[in-house]
Design a protein around this ligand. Structure first.
Ligand SMILES: *Cc1c(COP(=O)(O)O)cnc(C)c1O
Length: 480
């Protein structure tokens, strides 16, 4: 009875949500580490034992099962022990807005499926464009930076081909750096560019694109009879959190009349930072920008946008279906500028957050994560057993556990084991990556409520795991 949300089930809906919210709140109250530490075998058994073909258990039983199975063993990004990937803790108003998004279930592809929702999304796009310095900007919310980058490069491809009659996709080249995100490379493949469609521009010692090297690379593209389709600069590289020198890159792009795309998936929080907005100076000269609100604005996944300097540039993806958004429609249909058709009203979460907190407060929170990171860098730098490997503009810490007497090769061999040992215990989650050809550990600090003492504790766990692994290695050597 009343399985579907309607007037008849409104009371049952409210009860189901209240129960769910109470259980989730209880998880947040009692969770003391980012992950339960259950083994993959245990989790696989818990998943396998569920009979998906069995009779329905009712809403309450199903939701209790989710609490026991999923919420209990999920990874919690808000826990100060979580420092692995680019996941932020989420703002309470945004989480509440998720409940509205799911229940009302608007689809912001056409105006006649979303009405005021479309207008609210467009306001938020205009707000973001304004923060970027675009006077007549346009854009659309997307599922993430991957999709935003793909659409940006699609628009850049159409523009490049339109400006060079007779040109073929095989002629096109995208210029990026090795520190840029892999989604750029994938997008280039999807867009039908040749295997050598991405050229890597040399970087400085922090992995930032070198504008002088970009100018040379563009001349080489021309010399080779190829067509530069876009330059992709990164405002917040995924590993180092470094912002490319956008204004100097824009100078080079303007001189060559090349599309500049700025991937600010990570660095977009700087748009509201009270002290560090200047790091994005020059972004107003980009033709397109990727922003991930689910990385830097404390939004639940998914919440991202592609924003373009000239709204008209998005016409390249327009397709008019007779049944949906006919050519003669005078309604604002966001599907005209989106790669998705049916699309969640993710923008409502950002709306709720901006209205509840105000942009200045969000900016202070972004700043707090960067300040915390600077303090952690100092901490690691002073540590005798840990070695800091790189500075950042944002909030990553790249380091290695290498006490005296441990050579580079041994230290490299410890990296994967340390990460794994911490993950298995669930008390602290850190990431690993490769920097200048050598493995290293990585923290990404996106929680403004995390203290230096919290991170010191994570580093103590790292040292303990490293020491235990070293002891095991030495025992194994003695036994041999
Ligand atoms: C995370 C990231 C992306 C991809 O964004 P998703 O939201 O994960 O799809 C793109 N670019 C950069 C620089 C990133 O850090």
């Amino acid at each position: 009875m009343h399985e579907l949300l309607s007037a008849a089930s409104a009371d049952a809906y409210a009860e189901a949500l209240r129960g769910t919210v109470d259980r989730v709140a209880s998880r947040f109250r009692t969770t003391t580490q980012p992950f339960s530490g259950a083994s993959r075998d245990e989790l696989q058994a818990l998943v396998d034992v569920v009979d998906l073909d069995g009779p329905g258990q009712g809403t309450n039983a199903a939701l209790r099962e989710i609490d026991e199975l999923f919420a209990r063993h999920a990874v919690y990004f808000h826990d100060p022990g979580y420092a692995a990937h680019l996941n932020c803790p989420v703002a309470v108003p945004a989480v509440a807005a998720e409940a509205v998004i799911a229940a009302v279930n608007a689809s912001v592809d056409t105006y006649d499926q979303s009405t005021v929702g479309t207008l609210m999304e467009r306001r938020l796009v205009a707000w973001t464009a304004g923060r970027l310095g675009f006077v007549d900007g346009g854009g659309v919310f997307t599922s993430g930076g991957t999709q935003s980058n793909l659409q940006a490069l699609l628009v850049a491809r159409e523009r490049a081909l339109a400006h060079a009659p007779g040109a073929h996709p095989d002629d096109l080249v995208v210029l990026a750096t090795a520190s840029g995100h892999f989604s750029v490379r994938n997008a280039v493949r999807l867009l039908g560019l040749p295997a050598d469609g991405v050229r890597l521009v040399p970087v400085d010692e922090d992995g930032r694109m070198r504008p002088d090297a970009l100018a040379i690379a563009l001349r080489h593209v021309e010399r080779d009879g190829r067509l530069p389709m876009a330059v992709v600069a990164t405002a917040g590289t995924t590993d180092r959190g470094c912002v490319d020198p956008l204004a100097a890159i824009a100078d080079v792009c303007d001189a060559a009349d090349v599309w500049l795309h700025v991937d600010a998936a990570y660095g977009c929080g700087l748009l509201v930072s009270p002290t560090r907005r200047h790091l994005l100076d020059g972004v107003e000269r980009a033709r397109s920008v990727t922003v991930d609100f689910h990385k830097a604005f404390f939004q639940p996944v998914s919440s991202s946008a592609l924003v373009v300097r000239h709204a008209a540039d998005l016409r390249h993806v327009a397709h008019h279906a007779d049944y949906l958004n006919p050519e003669d429609s005078d309604e604002p249909n966001q599907v005209d500028v989106s790669l998705q058709t049916t699309r969640r009203f993710d923008a409502l979460k950002l709306w709720a957050t901006l209205r509840a907190l105000g942009p200045d407060r969000i900016g202070e929170m972004v700043d707090a994560t960067i300040d915390l990171t600077a303090a952690v860098h100092d901490l690691v730098e002073r540590d005798t057993e840990l070695h800091l490997l790189a500075r950042t503009d944002l909030s990553t810490v790249l380091f290695r556990y290498q006490p005296d007497g441990v050579d580079d090769e041994q230290a490299d061999a410890l990296v994967a084991g340390v990460r794994r040992r911490l993950f298995d215990a669930g008390r602290a989650l850190v990431a690993r990556t490769v920097l200048d050809g050598r493995p290293c550990l990585k923290l990404t600090l996106l929680n403004p409520e995390t203290s230096v003492a919290d991170v010191r504790h994570v580093l103590e766990l790292v040292r303990a795991a490293g020491a235990a692994l070293l002891a095991e290695q030495r025992l194994a050597e003695v036994a041999r």
